[in-house]
Ligand binder design. Structure first.
Ligand code: R5P
Length: 283
């Protein structure tokens, strides 16, 4: 039986349709002191598959409660699908005294699950933080689907070297184009991003920027501006996780993004394509 978190309701519905599994509807309430509680009164099977992105602290607590609730309701086998894992980018202590937040989160999630499935985490090494058996799937191939068929001499560009494999997956799924990457540096005090242009000519060409996540939009906006300065035709901003915090969407528009494409690992209006098929493959 599939159990949705509040941040993954559309994705879980698609998974239910694709797999033929039943879906339970949790009940949610908040106490006067602000504490939240979710319950699964309709859960009546021995196997639970919880699908819950954790883009906020509230959704993380909700996930822990769902895990506990299905065990209380009799689940003997629990799979936890985390389409978007919050805190994944805090995967090391960047200065003395800092926590490795991704590890702390992973330990908590591991307590009440037999298996974890992650979608395109920031670094694959985050899987090592989970004590439970952990499978990683990548949804970047799905980003090719909303792209127009008439891309002109396309360049699939990663904003930094780490995202090159995602750009390659998207290009391969699209079927044509070259892959390259920018050199990115971020000032961690101000959050400002600097992009060093690639040698690949972009004049008159369509460019698809591919990254794992758009958060503040600094990376993509800077890259799009650099591309327009160099004469690109259209600039598409594609990511698996459209977190899009604060004014990110407006920044991308102001920079000249032709379209912003994301998956439903985070449910936003930019979630044009579902990650469900790559998750269903490993359920
Ligand atoms: C960083 O390495 C990631 O792949 C993303 O490029 C980054 O997290 C995006 O963040 P923002 O949208 O705030 O620039």
């Amino acid at each position: 039986m599939l159990v949705p978190g509040t941040a993954s309701q559309s994705l879980t519905t698609i998974l239910a349709d694709m797999t033929g599994r039943s879906l339970t509807v949790p009940e949610y309430e908040r106490f006067a002191d602000g504490e939240q509680k979710v319950a699964v009164p309709g859960f009546d099977e021995s196997q639970a598959t919880i699908v819950a992105a954790t883009p906020t602290d509230e959704t993380f607590i909700e996930l822990l409660q769902l895990q506990d609730a299905v065990r209380e309701a009799g689940a003997s086998l629990v799979t936890t699908v985390i389409p978007y894992l919050g805190y994944a980018r805090q995967d090391e202590a960047f200065s003395r005294g800092e926590p490795v937040s991704a590890r702390a989160v992973a330990r908590a999630v591991s307590n009440a699950t037999d298996r974890v499935i992650l979608v395109t985490p920031h670094e694959a090494s985050v899987a090592e933080f989970f004590a439970a058996d952990t499978t990683i799937v990548d949804a970047s191939e799905r980003l090719s689907i909303p792209l127009p068929n008439d891309l002109v001499d396309p360049v699939f560009l990663a904003p930094d070297a780490n995202a090159t494999s995602l750009a390659t997956e998207t290009r391969d799924a699209y079927g044509r184009g070259v892959v390259d990457y920018f050199e990115k540096t971020r000032d961690y005090d101000t959050g400002a991003v600097t992009i060093e242009p690639t040698d690949t000519p972009v004049d008159g060409r369509d460019v698809v920027l591919v990254d794992d996540i758009i958060a503040t939009g600094s990376t993509m906006a800077e890259a799009i501006s650099a591309l327009h300065n160099r004469g690109c035709k259209r600039a598409f901003a594609a990511c698996v996780h459209p977190l899009l915090v604060k004014y990110a969407r407006s920044r991308l528009a102001a920079a000249g993004a032709t379209e912003v494409i994301g998956t439903d690992t985070i449910e936003r209006s930019e979630s044009m394509i579902s990650a469900a098929p790559v998750i269903a493959d490993v359920l």
